[in-house]
Design a binder for this molecule. Structure first.
Ligand code: FA5
Length: 352
């Protein structure tokens, strides 16, 4: 039989340690408790050290019991540490502290608007061919939007651009009308007035028209204008430039087609179509079974426009073009309604 005093001592230590641990109220208390019972000089450790002085049979029985008590105390120590930690979190939460156990909030990552994306693609296509990018005013003088573009008042072509006029009083009482630009073409005259050829610019910007919106028309939308003026520029330059552009945006195999169109500020005026990138010209829903998709208006800068900005039309020639980036994005990404662009529906915008 083991000496009762040793086993009794063990039991006594276990009970005492238990109650002391219950009353430990801080991490420091817990640490002193650990040192007092389980540390190298701790009571339980010292007791275990005395085991070797016992007869072999007693040693086994007391040894087993001592290890059981040690394990139990270690478990209680862990439990108490955890409980104290949790109480600390709750307290700091109640006091308005930060709950560092909560998972982090995911950051909402912004995306580029579909218009911004297609604008960047379009502009890159032209800057890679040596064009510079320029911007101009959205609120414009009637002069630049119409007169400087060979569209005097009463010209029937003004009906092509339903205009939002701006009410304002001219302090100099000269009659000058202001409007929301209906296209980016006014920048043609502004650029030429302030620069000498050679000119090669693209102008992205917002335009406004007084018209009802439908699946392919908005009352405000973007355009990208292009203008190149120099000596010896021909229609072949226009074709080559726009061909490169179409291949870059819609694929290397694209074919282009020009047909006569009328814009008072170009002569000849054309519209440009590409063969349908979806059906390769065979005819499908996207190209309305025609095999061709119209993407922009263009032409050789009209001599009257050149003359209006003080250029000699016998010396200089140029080409200009204008396109709608939303319509290009609709074709490229299969978007069926232009109104999706500016109604801010995140289900649409998040797809980009
Ligand atoms: C013009 O605005 C001319 N300034 C283009 C031009 C420039 C011709 C230089 C020749 C030389 P048009 O009205 O067709 O042309 O508009 C050009 C493009 O703008 C259209 O092909 C279309 O893509 C886009 N666009 C026109 N109206 C709208 C609208 N209401 N909503 C969305 N896009 C439009």
């Amino acid at each position: 039989m083991p000496k009762p005093s040793l086993l009794e001592q063990l039991n006594y230590i276990a009970k005492e340690a238990d109650s002391q641990l219950e009353s430990a109220a801080s991490e420091a208390d817990i640490e002193s408790w650990r040192v007092a019972y389980l540390g190298r000089q701790g009571r339980l450790t010292m007791l275990l050290r005395n085991l070797s002085s016992l007869p072999i049979d007693d040693r086994r029985v007391v040894g087993l019991e001592a290890n059981r008590v040690k394990k139990l105390l270690e478990e209680k120590l862990n439990g108490r540490q955890q409980a104290l930690k949790e109480a600390g979190y709750s307290r700091s939460l109640l006091e308005g502290g930060i709950d560092i156990t909560l998972p982090g909030r995911p950051m909402a990552i912004g995306r580029l608007h579909p218009t911004t994306r297609i604008l960047r693609e379009i502009l890159e296509a032209f800057t890679s061919m040596g064009f510079s990018v320029l911007e101009g005013p959205e609120v414009e003088w009637e002069h630049y939007n119409f007169d400087a573009l060979n569209i005097p008042s009463e010209h029937p072509a003004r009906d092509m651009w339903d205009t939002l006029w701006v009410d304002w009083a001219d302090p100099s009482s000269q009659e000058r009308n202001m409007l929301m630009r209906t296209h980016t073409s006014p920048m043609q005259a502004r650029v030429m007035e302030n620069n000498e050829p050679p000119i090669r610019v693209v102008v992205p910007g917002k335009c406004y028209r007084y018209e009802a919106s439908d699946a392919t028309h908005e009352w405000h939308f973007y355009q990208v204008e292009g203008l190149a003026v120099d000596t010896g520029i021909t229609f072949a330059d226009l074709k080559g430039t726009l061909y490169q552009f179409a291949k870059r945006i819609f694929g290397q195999d694209r074919q282009i087609r020009f047909r006569c169109d009328y814009f008072p500020f170009v002569e000849p005026g054309v519209d440009m179509s590409i063969d349908c990138f979806s059906c390769n010209g065979k005819g499908c829903r996207i190209c309305k079974e025609s095999g061709w998709i119209e993407i922009l208006g263009a032409g050789m800068v009209h001599p009257n426009v050149l003359q209006g900005v003080g250029y000699d039309p016998k010396k200089y020639t140029g080409f200009a073009f204008g396109m709608g980036p939303e319509r290009i994005a609709m074709l490229k990404y299969g978007i069926d309604d232009i109104r999706h662009f500016y109604t801010n529906d995140l289900r649409f915008l998040n797809q980009v």
